[in-house]
Design a protein around this ligand. Sequence first.
Ligand SMILES: Cc1cc2nc3c(=O)[nH]c(=O)nc-3n(C[C@H](O)[C@H](O)[C@H](O)COP(=O)(O)OP(=O)(O)OC[C@H]3O[C@@H](n4cnc5c(N)ncnc54)[C@H](O)[C@@H]3O)c2cc1C
Length: 467
Amino acid sequence: MTDESGRRRVVIVGGGFAGLFAARALGRDFSVTLIDRSQHHLFQPLLYQCAMGILSEGKIAAPLRDLFKKHQNVSCEMAEVVDFDPGGHKVICLRVGGERIEFGYDDLIVAAGVRQSYFGHDEYAFWAPGMKTISDALAVRRRVYGAFEMAETATSPEERRTWLTFALVGAGPTGVELAGQIREVATRTLRSEFRHIRPEDARVLLFDGGGAPLASFGPKLSQKAAQELRRLGVEQHMGSIVTHVDQGWLEVRDHEGKQTRHDVGTVLWTAGVEAPPVAEALARATGAKRDKAGRILVEKDLTIPGHPEISVLGDMMSLDKLPGVAEVAMQSGLYAGRRIRRQARAGGQVQTQPGKPFRYRDLGSAAYISRGRAVVSAGRLQVGGFIGWWIWLFIHIAFLTGYRNRLGAVLTWWLAFTRDIRRERTFTTQEIKNMRDIYTSPLESSQDAARAGITPPAAPPQPGPAR
Ligand SMILES: Cc1cc2nc3c(=O)[nH]c(=O)nc-3n(C[C@H](O)[C@H](O)[C@H](O)COP(=O)(O)OP(=O)(O)OC[C@H]3O[C@@H](n4cnc5c(N)ncnc54)[C@H](O)[C@@H]3O)c2cc1C
């Protein structure tokens, strides 16, 4: 089947790295419909810099229409995919406002990423934003910088102390990056800006159920990260499971089983991921199996068993324990785009046998810890400190989308790293009735919870800044 111009129709769900690379690899001989619930492609690895006031949202996100303006064969549609009709070869979406629309396809690529997981406690999302979208990053920015503002006008030492205590749940790359950044903001950027508080008194508590931060980087780099976090003043609570999150406090169980309550002004959640609801809809419609995190189990050619016309890519696919990183998403996108192109050249017939298998080339991973300090792991290369930081810088500049974003980021980083200047600290409050409600304003991560019928729990009568 083809469109009016005789081109084969490919629908791509998700304009992240996987969707973008698939669309580019397809070339111009297909009629491509790229559906995303956002209007932009987001460079997630730098979200924390947007949250912490270094980069603006425009520097880490590019409008999908702009990225494809020269590709007349690609049509970008802002809509949320909610269901699939594999028999009728249709994708069912909701437009903003709720109207139902459908798109027909010959080949379907689903690359909708993952979302934050609260391990069965989606109600935590109201108090502890995750870090997946621009809205999340802006909410984190408001909470972090808002907490310093609230501390400045606090009416008691207890309240001030609570606002100046920040908790991070999850000591993977994003948790470590945020923890280091909050201490840097407190000790450098805000050092001489307040009159009633000492921002450098801010405490940052990092909780993780595992034994060390950045455990996926191996013991040597993990140890380096722990040392660097100590030097920055981050209090590391490893082997600690968060058992409850509420407005103004959280409770933690340590490895000896002891429960401790911490009064904290801000909780940020980076602990786990799970597939979004659209993965469940796809599994239901196609009979595909899912792993424990809800990701779709795919064949070696990234298609769904029994559906060679449907590929699942990037973070949303489950194959050979591949990590959820940008490189996997990009390479899977390239692979799927090329596979569909090859197939079309071979006569347009969908293959009934699995094609040449997808092979991931691991180029390594990097995590920023603080100014001038990062860790990089690539094969045998295990680098930390200043050299690691240079490599981190190079990688992130190279992968940012668009040369304007690259130039802008270089200039902004130079100001941030050499002169402690963070120009992107603006946050708005007009949508909030009371500054104390910076907790409860709707967040994207909490909207999924709200859609699932979970409402914010009532504020508890315990002490805490939001009473
Ligand atoms: C804070 C953070 C830091 C990271 N740091 C690194 C790093 O340093 N290095 C690294 O390699 N990786 C990093 N990653 C992981 C990397 O960003 C992901 O692996 C990569 O973005 C996955 O690409 P994807 O295309 O599969 O999904 P995504 O990039 O998540 O894109 C999915 C797209 O699908 C859209 N979508 C979702 N549901 C629907 C729906 N129902 N309908 C329509 N559209 C939908 C979303 O809006 C989104 O645009 C980081 C991730 C995060 C969140």
